[in-house]
Ligand binder design. Structure first.
Ligand SMILES: N[C@H](CCC[C@H](N)C(=O)O)C(=O)O
Length: 267
């Protein structure tokens, strides 16, 4: 049996396993089994905390579909909340820094990456506004914040049929590694509403990298200030652009419960 911690950031929920003392090897099938909300523990993402040779800790992330991914903003904040204090974090999507407190954490998610090959896209396009449309959603920004995002500016975020259109865009071959799909309604230069269809997890109550990507997209178009409140179905995050171009993600993260799990049962 292995101890686990169930956490969430505004309802974007995580199974956290601390593998710094004892390594954990996970198959995609095991992750999918653990993610099942009826026969497993249930989560949007699984987070593994591992030792790091280059930072204080290494974080690895898996979506509920079993795929390992390089970034998870809310997941990084949840781990940072657990770890507390100032942490240097190694991830496959880049090095992060966090300041944790008992209620939540702020994570430096680094600068957004706008090169089409960094997103990645299947061919060169203007990433500030792709010349593409899907069922009425058109001209998204495309960028990486350690993971790929397409962000659409829409007049009413709540009116978008995300469950129908999200998977179509997620799996479009123009995104060779698939993509997280955000629909952003701009309320003012300091406030947006955002809903996200997440690659490998579907519609979530909040998405940290999605919030960072949406604010970066709005800032690139000259529509948003340096500090923006991002209202998502699960609550509010704050994204701040620092003078060096790094984007800081702040908001609450909580422990829901702890337990023991037999990982072999899901192999
Ligand atoms: N679905 C994302 C990973 C989790 C992102 C989200 N939960 C966050 O807080 O950033 C992806 O496949 O890149």
């Amino acid at each position: 049996m292995r101890p686990f911690i169930k956490m969430h950031g505004l309802g974007n929920d995580f199974l956290v396993l601390d593998a710094r003392e004892a390594p954990v090897a996970l198959s995609a099938a095991q992750v999918r089994g653990l993610a099942n909300r009826h026969t497993g523990i249930g989560f949007d993402q699984l987070i593994l905390i591992e030792p790091s040779a280059t930072a204080d800790v290494r974080l690895r992330f898996w979506n509920s579909d079993g795929g390992e991914v390089a970034a998870c903003g809310n997941g990084s904040r949840a781990a940072a909340t657990l770890l507390g204090g100032h942490q240097r974090i190694e991830t496959a999507g880049g090095a992060l820094e966090s300041i944790g407190s008992s209620e939540g954490a702020e994570v430096d998610m680094g600068p957004p990456q706008w090169d089409w090959q960094a997103v990645p896209l299947a061919f060169a396009m203007d990433t500030s506004a792709l010349p593409l449309a899907w069922n009425g959603l058109a001209n998204p920004a495309a960028l990486s914040v350690g993971n790929p995002h397409a962000v659409f500016v829409v007049p009413d975020a709540w009116a978008v049929p995300l469950a129908e259109i999200g998977p179509v865009i997620e799996h479009d071959p123009v995104f060779p590694e698939r993509v997280n799909v955000g629909v952003m309604q701009i309320l003012s230069r300091e406030a947006i509403i955002l809903r996200v269809w997440e690659r490998g997890a579907g519609a979530t109550l909040a998405c940290g990298t999605g919030a960072v990507a949406a604010v970066a997209a709005g800032q690139r178009r000259g529509l948003l200030a340096d500090r923006v409140q991002v209202t998502m179905p699960g609550g509010d995050l704050v994204v701040t652009r620092r003078a060096d171009g790094h984007l800081l993600l702040a908001g609450p993260a909580q422990v829901a419960f702890t337990g023991q799990v037999d990982l072999e049962r899901y192999a």
